[in-house]
Design a protein around this ligand. Structure first.
Ligand SMILES: CC(C)(COP(=O)(O)OP(=O)(O)OC[C@H]1O[C@@H](n2cnc3c(N)ncnc32)[C@H](O)[C@@H]1OP(=O)(O)O)[C@@H](O)C(=O)NCCC(=O)NCCS
Length: 356
């Protein structure tokens, strides 16, 4: 019987892995998301440390797994995020993913993690079953709301919305820290660490970050736009029925009014990611004004959606719901190496983790 061996990723694996990823949509026969990248490792370069392990059978890549270890807010603690696990269709159901997850867990433990977690797309029953069998439990969920951007929106005149200026970073960081305080996995920024983040996440930067000033000229809302598609395009490999229905309705309405574009199966979703949003919780209207501004920019940039990832209880979701939305769900699966798992809500989503 052929033997599966596991080794570290090598740059020469990249092309092969890109081709395999194309064969690995996440989901079931009715709804599955596909990912199209130009570089498998680009997403990992955003992390301070990471590892990718490749499973091989007689020199052929059968699959791989990636992980990154992060510092917890209690300073000494660490935890690991399993970024992805992929197995070539030919090698499935023979224990390859099981072997890879165990390898990643060993690495996570060795690096001092007390637990691991992963996000699993709503319709990805294979993955849910895989992680369930390996002792993971569903500890919560995150929502990925997407605003179709197709019609320019009016912005209330009482708000001034501008690109952030260097002198405003301290105030914006104060707002972001306050907004996310108490959210699981959130580590407060300092002006310097936030500036470094804006620079180090590719296709983000201060030239894509806006602040809103309200009465008294105080910063009351902020958010950035990240073109994550430069790292990974996503598409529906199998389009959910709701989308098919929507397309046929919009196809008719299209003749009489402006309607959202419904992306076809296999076609990349043109979207921008809303990052580092925060607002004064007494002034959700300021955040809504900024969302409308970002929506208008998205149209100017020929993008079809503004998307983000949030805890279902995050007040930002309630603001987004004031606009038309399509919402999907990802489960959070986690496993503890020692003692009980911490509570996963309210939960802060690290945008870097959202490259599928
Ligand atoms: C999910 C995936 C990684 C599983 O890989 P695999 O090597 O076939 O998994 P294993 O052989 O180790 O399976 C272990 C267990 O997981 C569960 N499982 C795996 N595939 C399954 C499927 N298609 N349906 C139901 N359960 C499944 C089973 O419980 C299985 O045990 P069993 O074969 O004894 O019944 C693979 O299907 C894949 O690459 N899918 C596309 C990419 C993806 O969704 N990745 C996960 C993103 S979080």
């Amino acid at each position: 019987m052929p033997v599966i061996s596991i080794r570290s990723f090598d740059d020469r694996d990249n092309q092969n892995m890109l081709e395999i990823e194309r064969l690995c949509p996440q989901g079931d026969e009715n709804c599955a998301l596909g990912v199209d990248k130009k570089d498998i490792i680009a997403r990992y370069k955003m992390y301070d440390n990471w590892d990718v392990f490749v499973a091989e059978e007689e020199g052929k890549i059968a699959g791989w797994i990636g992980l990154t270890v992060k510092p917890a807010s209690n300073r000494n603690g660490k935890y690991a995020y399993i970024t992805e696990v992929m197995v070539h269709p030919v090698f499935r159901r023979s224990g390859v993913a099981t072997k890879l997850v165990k390898e990643a867990e060993e690495k996570a433990l060795e690096m001092g993690s007390s637990y691991t977690y992963s996000y699993i797309y709503e319709s990805n029953n294979a993955s849910k079953s895989l992680f369930g069998k390996l002792g993971y439990s569903r500890v919560g969920e995150i929502k990925t709301p997407a605003i179709p951007t197709y019609k320019k929106l009016d912005i209330p005149p009482e708000y001034s919305i501008k690109l952030i200026d260097k002198t405003e970073i301290v105030d914006a960081v104060g707002l972001i820290n306050k907004y996310n305080s108490g959210f699981m996995h959130f580590l407060p920024f300092e002006a310097q660490t936030f500036e470094a983040r804006l620079k180090s996440v590719p296709w983000y930067g201060s030239e894509n970050f806006w602040v809103v000033r309200g009465e008294n000229n105080k910063i009351v809302a902020c958010a950035g736009l990240w073109d994550s598609s430069k790292l990974a395009d996503i598409y529906y490999a199998r389009e959910p029925t709701a989308m098919k229905i929507m397309r046929s309705i919009f196809g008719v309405l299209n003749h009489i009014t402006k309607v959202p574009k419904v992306t076809s199966e296999g076609e990349n979703l043109e979207l921008l990611y809303i990052a580092d949003y925060a607002f004064d919780k007494r002034q959700p209207e300021a955040m809504l004004a900024l969302l409308k501004h970002l929506s208008n920019l998205s149209i100017d940039m020929d993008q079809d959606y503004l998307m983000t990832a949030v805890d279902p209880e995050d007040g930002f979701l309630a603001v987004m719901k004031k606009l038309k939305l399509q919402i999907e769900t990802w489960s959070i699966f986690a496993k503890s190496f020692e003692g009980d798992l911490p509570a996963f809500n309210p939960f802060y989503v690290d945008i870097k983790d959202m490259i599928p």
